[in-house]
Design a protein around this ligand. Structure first.
Ligand code: AMP
Length: 281
């Protein structure tokens, strides 16, 4: 497995692979990898001949008050995880390689990006769409793998690829969790011991909501209230949002009569965590 920092090195390697008729899978990440990322890389290596992983903390998807500077980084450990999971190439560019000083072209989206995380992170999805399109142009993969943990991001990337006719298949992968149900996240490392224990409230509360739907409740407001009350029982937790939306349009659903995404964002102390489940009807 090679680690490269230059766009040209990625291009020439992938070109060589493609000239041999090999299929290329791609896993974009911000690094500090865990078993969630590893599951994406493993799936990509099962379904393709070669796998590229990008590790890039993309500055333009962070708001001014967010955690860009403190975001955890450990390339050595990440390289070991990538190698073990079956990656062939890591693309680890510096900011200057990705963004010229006078960089001025962005990929933006309406609708899907306005609600959920887009509400409290107004520039986030513009940054995501821009960097993901750049990475698709650089890597030119056959398939790209994204986690369902970032359900809105997955929907946004699928829509972007459709709208802009980008020739890549987007593959969604299930959420990987800790034993106590907390969704794995690089940001979990920010949590103190007490906060880590409190963070289990996200999944616990979602499961209460799921049980309610399984028991026949179809009214979103009632389900949201159950989830919110449960989260509020944890004193370290502060709700950003609890929403029930259509799985593909991400529009709010009042009565559940189709597949829905139940998604939450919760601050545990200063750390903002997200989680979700999809209920298929
Ligand atoms: P990130 O490094 O946080 O930008 O995540 C890179 C990719 O890994 C995204 O497609 C995420 O959705 C995915 N991912 C992150 N955490 C998990 C998880 N716990 N389970 C599955 N996929 C995940």
């Amino acid at each position: 497995m090679r680690v490269v920092e230059r766009i040209n090195d990625v291009r020439s390697t992938v070109k060589e692979w493609k000239s041999q008729g090999l299929k290329v899978g791609f896993v974009p990440t911000m690094g500090y990898l865990h078993e969630g990322h590893e599951s994406l890389i493993k799936k990509a290596s099962e379904e393709n001949n070669k796998v590229v992983v990008s590790i890039f903390v993309n500055p333009i998807q962070f708001g001014p008050k967010e955690d860009l500077a403190s975001y955890p980084r450990d390339l050595k450990r990440d390289s070991e995880i990538c190698e073990r999971a079956g990656a062939n190439l890591i693309f680890h560019p510096e900011n200057e390689e990705m963004y010229f000083n006078d960089f001025s072209t962005f990929v933006d989206m309406n609708g899907l990006t306005n609600g959920l995380c887009g509400k409290s992170r107004p520039i986030h999805f513009r940054g995501v769409c821009t960097v993901v399109s750049k990475l698709f142009n650089i890597v030119a993969p056959d398939r790209a793998y994204f986690g369902e943990k970032d359900a809105q991001q997955l929907a946004v990337v699928k829509r972007m690829v459709r709208d802009l006719n980008i020739d890549v298949e987007i593959v969604g992968c299930p959420i990987v969790r800790e034993e106590d149900g907390l969704a794995k996240s690089s940001r979990n490392t920010y949590l103190s011991e007490e906060e880590r224990a409190a963070a289990t409230i996200l999944n616990k509360s979602l499961m209460l909501g799921k049980e309610e739907i399984q028991n026949g409740q179809r009214n979103s407001a009632s389900i949201i209230k159950i989830i919110e009350d449960s989260i509020k029982s944890e004193k370290l937790a502060r709700i950003d949002y609890v929403e029930i939306v259509d799985s593909s349009s991400l529009e709010k659903v009042e009565e559940i009569n189709k597949s829905v995404l139940v998604a939450i964002a919760v601050f545990i102390g200063k750390t903002r965590l997200i989680d979700n489940f999809t209920y298929e009807l």
